[in-house]
Design a protein around this ligand. Sequence first.
Ligand SMILES: [Zn+2]
Length: 89
Amino acid sequence: MIGIAELRLDGNAVGGLLGELFALDLTATPCTCGGCGAREPMACLDVYVGAGIVVRCRHCDAVMIRIVQGHGRTWLDLSGTTSLQLGPQ
Ligand SMILES: [Zn+2]
């Protein structure tokens, strides 16, 4: 039986996909959690891959980003993220 910790990846796992969508490398992008206010680089977030991709805060486990792809489309839900800081860090 596979435990949930074995399915967890870090934020680098979604860096390539989001990099394609934003035409930027987002792995170092500071992301602010809408649940607890923690601010971490995307590479430090927890990523779960299943039918879609769920990115969770490492501090409070809140869902920060959801990504679903199908039929040539991508749905990106950032409602759990207060901000993404794009540009020079
Ligand atoms: Zn949080």
